[in-house]
Design a protein around this ligand. Structure first.
Ligand code: P6P
Length: 337
């Protein structure tokens, strides 16, 4: 019988990777797993209960909140608070950071940036959605009040990052800086079980993911790269395949397993890009790099960007190393003329 490694067993076995391991990180990740199971339960029965649809309320981004957005946000906040290892959360759904200052949280050593339910507009049409989380060690002294600076650390300072994809199966994929591992939820035992050990981003790929509806508003280098992907050239296995789900976690997850590139550049409507640095791009870039891929804003490494605001946006290019090199060449050449 094949040995099943649950997420909890894996975390404990790998706890030695953390020099200051005291079990705190393990407890934090365990509670993230619990929240993911709770959200998964509601996502899977969406459509049967009155949890679909809009709330009529806009979030800080000016995007109308879905009922499941709020449920997911509250569920992750509750579990992060209950872990006693997190002293604050920056969430897409909250304009201000949420501080946990009571009880166990006073001795907590981590802060979390998260998008509790990314791509939630896809839920009503039964398309995969995801949760994205970024875990930082706090900079402020333990026991003192958490400061904004704790949430404005660059991606290169991440202690861990991961995502949950609620798709044909539900997976939790994370890295604590020693490679990327994927765990598939086994509903029969209610546990995330190791299914994708040591995920590696293929060095080359044939999938490009971008919303071509914005084509006319893209930078010229992006337009030229899209045409390059569409040209016939047997030597470089072009034309490539266009695959765009409109759900960041699903698009990146597919490309990481098969090889590909995801691009959300700056456009007229989003001059700094649409995706948020602290709880979408940094955690996904951490995962992509840990698997052997690359992630930039078109020129700079995402993980080296210095955040100024927890909700700031950035252009986002992430994928197979060879494809990232090629798109960067196009951007540099056509942006220089
Ligand atoms: P567009 C979902 O709203 C999201 O933040 C990402 O998950 C997704 O990749 C992107 O926006 C889709 O944006 O403008 O193509 O619909």
């Amino acid at each position: 019988m094949t040995k099943v490694t649950t997420l909890n067993q894996f975390i404990i076995e790998r706890q030695s990777e953390f020099p200051e391991a005291t079990g705190g990180f393990s407890r934090l990740l365990h509670h993230i797993g619990i929240a993911a199971k709770k959200v998964n339960r509601e996502v899977n029965k969406a459509g049967l209960v009155d949890i679909l649809g809009r709330t009529g309320v806009e979030n800080v981004q000016g995007e109308e909140q879905q009922k499941l957005d709020l449920y997911a946000n509250e569920t992750f906040l509750d579990e992060l608070r209950a872990s006693g290892e997190c002293c604050g959360v920056a969430s897409e759904e909250n304009e201000e950071v949420v501080l946990f200052e009571e009880g166990l949280a006073q001795g907590a050593r981590y802060v979390v940036c998260m998008d509790p339910l990314d791509g939630s507009s896809n839920i009503d049409v039964n398309v995969s959605v995801g949760t994205i989380f970024a875990i930082y060690r706090r900079l402020s002294p333990v026991g003192e009040r958490v400061g904004q600076g704790d949430f404005l650390q660059p991606g290169r300072a991440l202690a861990a990052a991961g995502y949950v994809i609620y798709g044909s199966s539900t997976m939790l994929v994370y890295s604590s800086g020693n490679g990327v591992n994927g765990f598939t939820l086994d509903p029969s035992i209610g546990e995330f079980c190791l299914s994708h050990p040591d995920i590696r981003f293929p060095q080359r790929g044939r999938i490009y993911s971008i919303n071509e509806g914005n084509y006319e508003r893209f930078p010229i280098g992006v337009k030229k790269y899209i045409k390059y992907c569409q040209e016939k050239d047997a030597r470089t296995e072009r034309p490539y395949t266009s695959r765009y789900i409109g759900s960041l976690v699903a698009d990146i997850h597919r490309n990481m397993l098969k090889g590909g590139i995801y691009i959300y550049p700056e456009t007229e409507s989003h001059p700094r890009g649409k995706l948020r640095l602290q709880y979408e791009c940094n955690p996904m870039a951490f995962i992509v790099e840990q698997a052997g891929g690359r992630a930039t804003d078109g020129e700079r490494r995402i993980l080296d960007l210095e955040p100024e605001d927890v909700h700031q946006r950035t252009p986002f290019y992430a994928g197979s190393e060879a494809m990232m090199e090629k798109v960067t060449d196009f951007l540099r050449f056509f942006d220089s003329i």
